[in-house]
Design a protein around this ligand. Structure first.
Ligand SMILES: [Fe+2]
Ligand SMILES: [Fe+2]
Length: 229
């Protein structure tokens, strides 16, 4: 336990100073972030949950079920987003944009917390496969980081573009009466558009077609499985 708390302190201190840490420190920080993401204790920006000031509707069983499944898919996507950012942070240089990347990662943690809360209030569970999504996305993020900053940022921009398309699809499927789920999805869309724009502005390059296609395929496997499990 001491080691995890210590990693947490290092992560916090790291944001407030320009200290450099050893490979072991980075390993502890990454391990701490992974546990926080998977155990539902993310470090958020502490913005209010957009669902909080919306009225809970008396949804039918089918509406509740569909909302819960889609919010579980969104939660799994945020687990993957968190792992991508952590993987990239491990290998990318990104010195010029490090603080905006950290801010984006904290906002992804807000999404993670909001989605989990909504899934649970709909009496459902988060995806059993989350550890798998985390491990896979962490690896992809680390590889994107190794490819160089312009590709790494391009990867963020393309990911956010695909996530927004995906959220638009969810808004068509979630009941109009489920104002709480819709409020969370709407705010996520705003944030993801901002993250994508930041990444492009910071020099993100357009990814080659086959890479974009592979990303779509990967996300289809993930969202398809998280819908059911
Ligand atoms: Fe997000
Ligand atoms: Fe994002």
């Amino acid at each position: 336990m001491w080691r995890l708390e210590s990693a947490d302190v290092i992560a916090h201190t790291d944001r407030m100073s320009s200290r450099h840490y050893s490979a072991v420190d980075h390993l502890l920080i990454n391990f701490d972030q992974a546990l926080r993401t998977l155990a539902g204790k993310p470090l958020t920006t502490e913005r209010p949950d957009p669902a909080d000031d919306r009225e809970e509707a008396d949804l039918t069983a089918a509406e509740r079920d569909e909302s819960a499944r889609l919010m579980r898919v969104n939660h799994a996507g945020e687990v993957a987003a968190q792992a991508l950012y952590q993987g990239q942070a491990l290998t990318a240089r990104l010195d010029a944009v490090r603080s905006s990347m950290e801010n984006a990662a904290a906002e992804e943690n807000d999404h993670l917390a909001w989605c989990e809360k909504r899934v649970r209030s709909l009496d459902s569970h988060v995806s059993y496969l989350n550890p798998l999504w985390y491990a896979g996305s962490f690896t992809i993020g680390a590889l994107a980081g190794l490819a160089g900053d312009k590709w790494s940022l391009g990867f963020v921009a393309e990911t956010e573009k695909q996530v927004i398309e995906h959220l638009d699809g969810h808004l068509k499927r979630v009941s109009e009466r489920d104002r709480k789920s819709r409020a969370v999805i709407e705010q996520m869309k705003i944030d993801e558009a901002h993250h994508g724009a930041e990444a492009r502005r910071a020099g993100g390059a357009a990814l080659p077609g086959p890479v974009r296609g592979l990303m779509r395929l990967t996300s289809r496997v993930m969202t398809g499985s998280a819908y059911w499990f």
